[in-house]
Design a protein around this ligand. Structure first.
Ligand code: 4AD
Ligand code: MG
Length: 460
């Protein structure tokens, strides 16, 4: 008789009768003749109640049966007389596989998220983080399913690279941890300690390599870790985060927006259909109305606003912002939230940003001032997607690079894609953690990523 996961026992999938379960004790309640153990194995939010008769052989010795202990229980699965739980296990045999001392840091009381971050290796055993990481896993699968159903090729782009895709100077440098040579006294950087003498960093985006793949496989996507050495002391920025980057040949900005809206709606619908128990938990304890919000988003039409109109809306709003909105400067998160929460009251695309505040690869519009860019903004989180139609004209791209201070020769291979068989193409990047914040209602990016990489947080 093999171990049964607790979600299967609780869902009625398993017939009543003999059962073996293993997991970690959430709570223990003792009465004179019976002990009730709530056992959780991470397969679902609920715990299985194990009813232990104090006469059970060996029970007297199991004094180390406390919160946090790892336990194996063999017994009969029976309909439970208690309210709120359909099934319980009457134990014939109980074994403590790993005891937990009374100083186990996750006691029954509710802990604050900040404290739980300091025990990132144990917070996984709490209700909230159990739900977060089940949703994260389910949506990772849904992401692949969405693109595979549509015939997109999955490509793994490199993590170590010499290319600063966004040109924002936010790359972490890659070098050996232990100096091969003693540090230079004059303080100069010794590039021989870098990538075999080449200057490299951790990728900020897989887009450039993704474009090469799109110019061979038509429709592709990446899904992997990306790194940014930017100030990560906000609730929406992490130094290491996961990004999904589709890239489509023969697509313009409108097609790009359509794919982005379909994608977000698909993921919301997938979560509603496959993570209902966990979403109910978030709706109850984290964000009231979450399920209704996701349901309406899954059916909603996404609004669209040009950057120029967005600036006008902000200026006409009569609101005082910390940074006053002026044409030519980037939208701040206060502006993004105002647009999606007050103006549109839902998700929206802002398109056609001024070229000087966007990356060099975005396609120049006919006005010569703006580029075919789009950001998708959602209430509460702000930007969750950034994308664009790409500049496919060799001469325009080379000129844009020079304007941005990038030597065209340094990205010769990228220009080659425009030299030989260029085609219109477009793509975007969805920040996976930002999406998870939206879907779960969690308000800090540190609480939707397994072991957050933010300042002061690298020890786990
Ligand atoms: O807007 P970004 O910088 O766009 C790109 O990297 C493009 N190369 C994408 C593309 O067109 N293929 O980043 C895309 C998304 C943002 O909208 C945001 O959701 C997320 O990545 N993101 C971050 N998430 C967490 N922490 C950070 N520091 C992030 N920086 C960007
Ligand atoms: Mg962006």
């Amino acid at each position: 008789q093999g171990r049964t996961r607790i979600n299967r026992a609780l869902s009625g999938e398993v017939p009543p009768g003999p059962l073996l379960v293993k997991g970690w004790v959430r709570t223990v309640r003792r009465t004179k003749n019976l002990t009730f153990v709530a056992l959780n194995d991470g397969s679902c939010l609920e715990s299985l109640q194990i009813v232990v008769d104090t006469d059970l052989p060996g029970y007297a010795e199991s004094t180390n049966l406390g919160t946090g202990a790892c336990v194996e229980a063999r017994g009969e699965l029976v309909a439970s007389p208690a309210a709120g739980q359909p099934w319980e296990l009457h134990a014939h045999e109980l074994r403590v596989l790993g005891a937990a001392d009374a100083d186990y840091p996750l006691q029954k009381k509710r802990h604050g998220f900040e404290y739980l971050r300091s025990i990132a290796h144990l917070r996984l055993r709490s209700n909230t983080f159990g739900a977060v990481f089940r949703v994260r896993s389910a949506l990772s699968f849904a992401i692949h399913r969405f693109f595979q159903e549509r015939g997109f090729l999955y490509v793994q782009t490199p993590i170590i690279t010499a290319n600063d895709c966004e040109g924002a100077g936010e790359m972490f440098r890659v070098s050996t941890l232990d100096p091969i040579d003693p540090p230079r006294l004059d303080g100069a950087v010794d590039w021989t300690r870098d990538f075999f003498g080449e200057r490299t960093g951790l990728t900020v985006s897989g887009q450039l390599q993704g474009e090469a793949f799109a110019c061979a496989f038509s429709d592709i996507y990446t899904f992997g870790p990306t790194f940014r050495a930017e100030n990560s002391n906000t609730s929406r920025h992490a130094a290491e985060f996961w990004m999904i980057e589709p890239e489509m040949a023969f697509a313009d900005l409108a097609a790009d927006c359509r794919l982005a809206a379909d994608f977000i709606q698909y993921l919301c619908r997938y979560a509603l259909d496959n993570c209902s128990e966990d979403l109910k938990f978030f709706d109850n304890f984290v964000e009231k109305g979450l399920i209704e919000k996701l349901g309406s988003l899954a059916d909603a039409e996404f609004q669209q606003l040009t950057y120029t109109d967005a600036i006008k809306e902000l200026q006409a709003s009569g609101r005082t912002f910390e940074f006053s909105p002026v044409w030519g400067s980037d939208l701040q998160s206060e502006h993004e939230r105002f647009l999606s929460e007050q103006v549109v009251k839902g998700p929206l695309f802002v398109t056609d940003y001024p070229k000087d505040i966007k990356a060099f690869y975005m396609r120049l519009n006919d006005d010569g001032k703006t580029v075919a860019a789009m950001d998708c903004l959602v209430p509460r989180v702000g930007e969750i997607i950034g994308g664009s139609q790409r500049e496919e004209r060799l001469d325009v791209l080379a000129q844009r690079m020079r304007e941005a201070g990038i030597a065209p020769e340094s990205l010769g291979w990228f220009l080659d894609l425009r030299r030989w068989g260029t085609c219109p193409h477009a793509g975007f990047g969805l920040g996976f953690e930002r999406l998870l914040m939206y879907v779960t209602g969690m308000t800090n990016i540190r609480d939707v990523i397994p072991f957050p990489r933010t300042p002061g947080n690298a020890r786990f």
